[in-house]
Design a protein around this ligand. Structure first.
Ligand code: ADE
Length: 227
């Protein structure tokens, strides 16, 4: 799978893409993630990528020319299954959408910044608008990382244990992961549930299925200042 990200602030993407599972997946050639710097497609001494909105109003809008040129260049090289614009106005991202996207060969993620991108880009190229939730974040880069992470961990060979993505929260029927514990079995008087220590896999599966349901997902939380 190949994922192209188009960004006016590519530095934001560097660290999250260069660590942990996303780093390993790229090293193992299980995914190719290419960050396309919008500024490289901008003209003039200042390589301006944004401008004031027509009609007035706060914020800046990403200009159409660099975006058109960048997307046209990518499209001249290969076919893309989806060209996605990350925006709070999009359809809500969830596990099902991550599963579907993980089956695609080539996708483009466009990161907006400031007030958004010129509507002509959306109408000319974008096949899908995706939101990561009902809140506004400063730029699409953070949203792109969320979407990339959720997709890449599903690609065959990315996770060490081939089962672990399938048993993730939201992939299981009940919808949530059961609580997990590691050594020591007792810490400051806090004990790991005995069933997990016994080695009876049938019983453990049963316990996990029960604890993974919504009914049990409201676990006890420590209260801070009685709130
Ligand atoms: N850009 C700004 N807010 C966003 C959100 N909630 N989802 C996706 N992209 C965004």
């Amino acid at each position: 799978m190949r994922i192209d990200v188009v960004s006016a602030v590519p530095k934001i993407l560097k660290s999250p893409l260069g660590e942990s599972i996303l780093k390993r997946a790229q090293q193992k050639n299980l995914v190719k993630i290419v960050v396309n710097d919008l500024r490289k497609y901008a003209k003039g001494n200042y390589r301006q990528v944004d401008d004031k909105p027509f009609g007035g109003g706060a914020g800046m809008v990403l200009k159409p020319e660099p975006m058109f040129e960048c997307l046209e260049k990518l499209l001249s090289k290969r076919k893309y299954d989806e060209i996605i614009y990350l925006t709070p106005q999009g359809v809500k991202f969830n596990q099902k959408r991550a599963n579907t996207l993980s089956l695609k060969e080539n996708i483009i993620l466009i990161c907006g910044h400031y007030k958004g991108i010129d509507q002509r880009v959306i109408e000319s190229f974008v096949t899908k608008e995706i939101s990561i939730g009902d809140y506004v974040i400063t730029g699409g880069e953070t949203a792109a990382i969320v979407v990339i992470d959720a997709i890449v961990r599903l690609l065959p060979g990315v996770l060490g244990d081939s089962e672990s993505a399938l048993t993730d929260s939201f992939q299981t029927e009940s919808g949530f992961d059961a609580p997990v514990y590691t050594r020591p079995a007792e810490y400051r008087g806090l004990k790991v549930p005995g069933i997990l220590l016994g080695g009876n896999h049938k019983e453990i599966e049963k316990w996990r299925a029960e604890k993974g349901t919504k009914k049990y997902s409201k676990v006890k939380r420590k209260k801070i200042n009685n709130k």
